[in-house]
Write a protein of this length. Sequence first.
Length: 235
Amino acid sequence: MPETVLVVEDEPSLQETLAYTLKKEGYTVEAVGDGLLALESARRLKPDLVVLDLMLPGIDGFEVCRVLRKEMTNPILMLTARDDEIDRVVGLEVGADDYLTKPFSMRELMARVKAQLRRARLIREELGKPKEEFPQEKISYDNLVINQTRREVLLNDGPLQLKPKEYELLLFLAEHPGQMLSREFILERVWGWDFVGDSRTVDVHVRWLRQKIEVEPGKPERIITVRGGGYRFEG
C-alpha cells in the first residue's frame, strides 16, 4: 500500500507543486489550506507523514502540530518562510520532527520526506517484533556485565555508578552489538518521542559512559563512533 502524505499549505501554487511532486513519487496525497481542515483530515486519514506550513489562516502551524502530536506519533515536517531560530526551536518543541525553510528545492523536500518515512518504518518494525517474555538476566562482554534483573553494571567485578539514562543507553547499545545505530534512532528508543532536545544529548551521554567503561576514553574500544552515522557497540 502506498504511504499517505497530508500536505497543509495555504499558498495555492506551492500546495499544487507539493502534491504533484509527492504523487509522482508514488505517495497518496491529500492537500488542504488551513489549520482546521488539517486537523480534520489528519484525524480521518491517519497519514504516514504530515507536511505542515507554519503560517496558516485560522489555526497556525504551531498549534496544529501541538494538537497532532498529542494524537499521533507519525512524523511531521514543518515548512516556514521565516528563517528564525526561535521558530525552529518552538516548532521542534511542539513536536515537529524536521524543519525546512522556504525557499527550498523539491529534491531537498523529497529527501527529507523519504528520510522521515524510512525512520518511521524502522521504528514500527522494531516495535512490532515479538518481545521475550523474560528479558535476558545478564549481558556479558568480558569484564563488563549488565544485570537487568538487578539493574546494575559491573566492570572488573566492581559496581559502576551510572545515572538512569546512562544505564538505559548502555543497555540499548549492548543489546545491538556490532550494529551502527544513528543518533536519532538512539534518541527515539532511549529518550522517547516526546523528548525535547537534539542528538547532542546522545553525544554527551556517550562521553560520560566512555569515561566510566573505557580504559582510554579518548581511544574507545567499546563504544565506537561511526563517522557521519552514529555509534556502534563492540563486544
